[in-house]
Design a protein around this ligand. Sequence first.
Ligand code: SAH
Length: 212
Amino acid sequence: MRLRNITGSRETIAQSGFVIQQPELLRGQWRREFGGDGPLAAEIGMGKGQFLMEMARRYPQIGFIGIEKYSSVLLRAVQKMEADPLPNVRLVRMEAEEIETVFSEGELDRIYLNFSDPWPKDRHAKRRLPSAAFLARYDRVLKKDGELEFKTDNRELFDFAVEELQTAGWKIRELTYDLHSDPRLSRDNVMTEYEERFSAKGNPICKYIIGR
Ligand code: SAH
């Protein structure tokens, strides 16, 4: 998701109390940041934050951390948070590749990837957020019995993601090629912005939940 570079977005982000400006300083301390010892979940590539914020409303005991690379996109989430503040949400502008500088080993209980960029060219496969290279990073920051959930309507990306699991040593706990037609898996489903857009076009949504 690329938006035109909105003038002043960096300034707005720098001034928001919901945005963690130096996330490295919270490495190993995120639970304390949320004022307790509850579970921690991160959405990597959170976009405008619809999923993250609805999850935070439904699960107030969980601390949700939204990670987004672009200020212009993060700005939208910041504006929503300013309008409707949620105490259990924090936002971080960063490149997912650096996730280990921000979370200590086993610090996260859950990771969400929603509608990650497909990077269709073979030579860009390593940039795909569900690639084996990224799974190795998630493996370190996710606690032992933690889980990772991935949703996309892009079948090529999903097939790639499933193939990457074997090499990376992860196991499938749940898998569907049509989430919205699966009564059990869709029961507590929270729609992301992309999910609303693409399912309205008739695209089935693929999802897996994995663990080690
Ligand atoms: N999760 C949202 C947005 C999906 S678009 C939804 O489902 O509606 C993918 C988002 O991931 C974009 O906002 C993009 O900027 C962000 N993103 C892509 N690669 C990233 C990376 N390496 N690190 C952090 N964010 C990334």
